[in-house]
Design a protein around this ligand. Sequence first.
Ligand code: GLY
Ligand code: MN
Ligand code: MN
Length: 435
Amino acid sequence: MSLTALFHDHLSERMHWVATALSATRFDTLIISSGEPFTYFADDQEAPFNTTPHFRHYCPLEGPHHVLKLQPGRKPQLIRYAPEDFWYEQLPLGNPFWLNDFDLVEAPTVDAVWEAVGKPMRGAYVGNELVRATGAELELNPSSLMSYLDWGRALKTPYEVACTEEATILGAKGHEAGRKAFLAGASELEIHYAFVQAVGCLDHELAFPSIVALDEKSATLHYEKKRGFRKGRVLLLDCGARHLGYPSDITRTTVKDSCDTRFQALRNGVEKLERELCDEVIAGRPWGQVHHLSHLKIGALLQEAGILKVDAEEAVAKGFTRPFFPHGLGHFLGIQVHDVAGKLASPDGSVQPAPPAHPYLRTTQTLTPGHLITVEPGLYFIPMLLRPFREGDNASRFDWKQIDELTPLGGIRIEDNVLVTQDGPRNLTRKHLPD
Ligand code: GLY
Ligand code: MN
Ligand code: MN
């Protein structure tokens, strides 16, 4: 199926959901804007602009101040902000594959954009142009409507899956280049640029700030600095690309042959259990259950390595796996990397919170065909989290000598993106990056 046809079906399906959401929340019109740039305080420099994801979800047009006017029964209207400008390049619209799905209005100024919006009756607004939206007498980011829209976004259309797959192909190229650079002795900064160059984008066009961590830095979960340090023994590379706004989110941990063999065995153990967990991405399964299973598997691996001296059940029951694996097993992936609706229990906005023992679990939903989720178990040596276990009755359950010897090597994370289908899990990542 062509991208044009996929997009047409995507937008039609989403417009049905918009109609349902508006009617359930007593609105007639949904106005979504692509957003206002952020200017640093007391400066004239702007942060790199990121189009509001709610806008991107309906229209792949990038840039600030565009507006979508969505009304059930009418063709979606795109009010495109198209100034003449000699300071910054304004790309011509051309004839993109998605254009025929919109009624296009071209507006040379922001005032003209909002004149075209008008003051629709019972209108809701999603975005950050609050002064403009207030002037248009719209209700700002109403939470009841946002929950409804988010609920629909959790179920990916074939267009979205195709975009994520393209982002995966790009991301896989970046990962191959990054790993090659690492094995040749490159620094974190050089590995980052090997990735960026292979993808062919600017830094801020990546899916998220890259995590390129050598040795002990790989135990900082979102390590974003880039040291000049070379010749690491362990590389944790968590990085993804984007295609038409949609990101991939991929992590690989590579160890050199010269690395401590005990750490190599742990890395291979995480790889094995990650693949097993990907097979558990099955419709009808509460994600919390898969997360619990991941702790049992990490517990078994730690026992096998002799790092824990209790079996997996006891390790999980007593919270011994948590300092080694302190984050959630995964999160929804969509037009946002940490996508919406992970904890929604229904479209009306009721929430199923993370259990107190696992506060960083981002998803508590039951898996449903169309959900796209990351599977990203980790095993880290994080001194601040292990410290409380060094004292007291449980201290003898840990092999502190081994822990201290492996701590300089940091940690391990492996991450794939998996689609829930009627026929079982579909791993989008391994097809393009097998190991
Ligand atoms: N890249 C951030 C994450 O995996 O959640
Ligand atoms: Mn990631
Ligand atoms: Mn992730």
